[in-house]
Design a binder for this molecule. Structure first.
Ligand SMILES: [Zn+2]
Length: 338
């Protein structure tokens, strides 16, 4: 297709349209649009504190109210020409099954317009038996089992239960024959090796081709030989990745010396290594990301600027086909080979 050099954005968005429209492969729409004047002051709290700060909303919100928040996210994606949406939903002792019930209604409401895929979010961790029970309850409903190993992690090894978290989610996924989406390496520091750990668990549980990792930011803080080894392993295990560019580009300055890089998934290197990379918005208008508006072009623009990736076919694929693959809506390499 020929196009005028004056408007590459229009060319790229047309290519996304030809691919069926945007795929937002990672969000948390059950608690989107909950930022307000009262909770604004908490937007600068630490991540681990924020994990529990949405409890007030989750405790008091009705199924209809949660459905309203979810619908706003769905409407906004449709307005942009979206074709599919993948969202984690919290399933814990605070929100109980309200988000699951809202999710069911959302899927009915948008059945003709938008493919919607749900993952379970263990936001309260899986160490507490009550929380674990809620998470297990959700496993039947969701399309994909979700993970957040960091939630059960601890700097004191005797208190660190993140390994158990990994085993629980892989065990549940196997039991229900469902794929996995796992949040890993969110903190842009070489101290994190969660991508490597997720690869080892994928091997251990024989789950090649069924795992997608969300973020993998810290990978970029490791030296090149380490990154290259991880890329080879990701390719070998056919593990996909979802990048959420604006979600972590806000990382704080630190005095830790690392290879120079932007705080973003190293997508440029991953694509060259043959890894499937999709894109998502992550949180929309909440205490984590108050200004995030769920705009897919903003995400793609941040990605291409932060990684110097200008190849339009690659970018369009990230925004469409790779998202469908990550959500199990299109066949992946290993599925075709099987
Ligand atoms: Zn997330």
């Amino acid at each position: 297709m020929s196009w005028q050099a004056v408007d590459p954005k229009q060319q790229l968005t047309t290519m996304v349209e030809m691919g069926g429209g945007w795929v937002n492969a990672h969000a948390h729409i059950d608690r989107s649009y909950i930022i307000n004047a009262d909770n604004w002051a908490r937007t600068n709290d630490a991540l681990a504190t924020k994990w529990d700060l949405t409890d007030e909303y989750k405790r008091s919100a009705s199924v209809e109210e949660i459905l309203g928040h979810m619908s706003m996210a769905a409407e906004h994606l449709l307005m942009q020409g979206g074709q599919a949406l993948g969202s984690f939903i919290d399933c814990d002792s605070v929100v109980r099954d309200k988000s699951l019930r809202a999710a069911e209604k959302l899927r009915e409401r948008y059945a003709d317009e938008l493919e919607i895929v749900f993952m379970s979010q263990p936001i309260k961790g899986l160490s507490d038996p009550v929380e674990r029970e809620w998470f297990e309850h959700a496993a039947e409903f969701v399309d994909i089992i979700g993970g957040l190993p960091e939630r059960d992690g601890h700097h004191d090894p005797s208190l660190d239960r993140s390994d158990e978290h990994f085993d629980t989610i892989f065990g549940l996924a196997g039991e229900h024959d469902k794929p996995l989406h796992i949040h890993v390496d969110q903190h842009n520091t070489p101290a994190q090796i969660e991508t490597e750990r997720a690869i080892a668990k994928t091997r251990e549980h024989g789950y090649a081709g069924r795992v997608t990792l969300i973020h993998c930011i810290s990978l970029a803080a490791h030296p090149k030989p380490y990154r290259e080894r991880i890329y080879a392993d990701l390719t070998e295990q056919d593990i996909g990745v979802v990048t959420c560019p604006t979600a972590w580009i806000d990382h704080r300055r630190s005095e830790t010396l690392t290879p120079t890089h932007n705080a973003i998934t190293p997508v440029d290197e991953m694509v060259k290594a043959g890894i499937r990379v999709a894109i998502g918005t992550d949180n929309i208008a909440d205490i984590y990301k108050p200004f995030s508006d769920g705009d897919m072009w903003t995400e793609l623009r941040f990605l291409l600027e932060a990684t110097h990736m200008y190849d339009m076919d690659t970018l369009a694929r990230i925004a469409t086909r790779s998202g469908l693959e990550a959500l199990g809506l299109a066949e992946t390499r290993s599925a075709i080979a099987a």
